[in-house]
Design a protein around this ligand. Structure first.
Ligand SMILES: [Zn+2]
Length: 411
């Protein structure tokens, strides 16, 4: 491991304490988005430790090994607008949470990590908008939608630049990006400056409750440095002079929290309610995370034994979906091309590439129109209800699906 490529963090990102305990070690794996071309297959791959820790002080679950973002985010393959559920989610988000806060077309709405402009696209006719995102391959896609693009990793310094160029923001949003952010206190400090006394900060993060309840360990990959509880977010927000005044649970990326923060606004009862719910779920308790890790290890044993048995009987098995998360699962379970003939994925940019670490070819789902495997390992298991319904025709042809996370089942 080249030390310039990966640093080891000694303190908690949120509370800056050092009382961190290891809960789950997933081994050393390549970055989950480092898909390979055919020419790459013979070259050495970079891999880094993937280990989850729990902060006993503020309850943030987090990685301590931080892979250089230049390695992780170069040539980002996932476009938010390629996913229909995401597009609908952001439309509702814009209409319900953001547009009611806009009082003038001169108001500025900034989306940190706005990807291809999917959220601001619904705001651009109501206010000035700006998409601040480091993935420069997304700039032209965002701008074609009429959403101006500012290429940067957002920091408090970026906030100073934005303040000077554009003035204060009425609303700042950031969705599914704080899992990726290492200097998170600095980012929140920057947002606090940008919104001033009157602005509102709205963000969505994966909720650690989903990780624990569903044993969704495949959300853990090097890009996802943090798994937030509302307890940890409260510490983070208050450290930068803001306050959480509302929160709701939204069904995005499994289960997420949509959090509303501002300088001074009376909190709704939702805040206390969700904090209490977290206490009941044990999210502030180290023992909950150890139980989670044990469940994950047991699932691995079950799935590995099942696949081995099926292969020994000569069964043909393929994978459904090649999202980043699938690479955590495949690498941790040790399931490679000798077990899965191919992975199907609707993202055309991924088709023709190979999964990092496990080197399984990725093909179009059309392959399954003519090919009939015995089993499909459902790697996009978090969409299992929708997928099983959509793929009724495959099931009618006798193909069985294996659910590899949560309760391991064959359907
Ligand atoms: Zn902490």
């Amino acid at each position: 491991m080249n030390m310039e490529d990966c640093i080891y963090k000694t303190t908690c990102r949120v509370c800056e304490g050092s009382d961190l305990v290891e809960v789950l070690n997933l081994g050393s794996t390549p970055p989950a988005n480092a898909y390979l071309s055919r020419e790459d297959l013979d070259k050495p791959e970079k891999s880094f430790p993937l280990v989850l820790y729990f902060c006993k002080t503020c309850s943030l679950a987090q990685l301590r090994h931080v892979v250089n973002p230049e390695i992780l985010f170069k040539g980002y393959h996932f476009l938010t607008s390629a996913s229909t559920p995401s597009v609908l989610h952001f439309k509702e988000y814009a209409e319900k949470a953001i547009i009611p806060l806009i009082t003038s077309p001169k108001d500025l709405v900034i989306d940190i990590g706005g990807n291809d402009g999917v959220l601001l696209n619904y705001i651009k006719d109501k206010a000035r908008v700006l998409n601040v995102d480091p993935a420069d391959n997304l700039a032209s896609i965002s701008e074609e939608k009429g959403v101006p693009f500012y290429p940067a990793f957002f920091t408090s310094q970026t906030a100073d630049e934005l303040l000077e160029k554009f003035g204060k923001a009425k609303v700042v949003t950031a969705n599914n990006v704080f899992a990726h952010t290492d200097p998170i206190r600095d980012v929140f400090k920057g947002v606090a400056k940008l919104i001033g006394e009157d602005g509102t900060f709205i963000f969505e993060v994966h909720w650690a409750k989903h990780l624990v309840d569903e044993s969704a360990f495949d959300q853990i990959y090097h890009e996802h440095l943090c798994f937030y509880s509302l307890h940890a977010l409260k510490v983070l927000v208050e450290a930068t002079g803001m306050q959480i005044f509302d929160v709701e649970i939204v069904q995005a990326q499994g289960q997420s929290l949509r959090v509303y923060a501002a300088k001074s606004r009376a909190p709704s009862s939702n805040v206390e309610r969700i904090l209490a719910e977290e206490k009941v779920a044990g999210l502030t308790d180290e023992a909950t995370y150890h139980a989670f890790a044990q469940h994950v290890e047991e699932n691995k044993k079950k799935v590995v034994a099942l696949l081995k048995e099926l292969k020994s009987k000569g069964k043909k098995i393929v994978g459904y979906g090649a999202p980043a998360k699938s690479n955590t699962l495949l690498n941790y379970y040790g399931v490679g091309k000798e077990t899965l003939e191919y992975l199907t994925d609707t993202t055309t940019l991924k088709q023709g590439l190979y999964s990092p670490g496990t080197h399984i070819p990725i093909v179009s789902p059309e392959k399954l129109l003519t090919d009939t495997p015995d089993y499909i390992l459902l790697l996009a298991w978090n969409f299992k209800d929708a997928i099983l319904e959509k793929e009724q025709a495959l099931r009618e042809r006798g193909i069985k699906f294996i659910i590899p996370v949560g309760n391991v089942t064959i359907v």
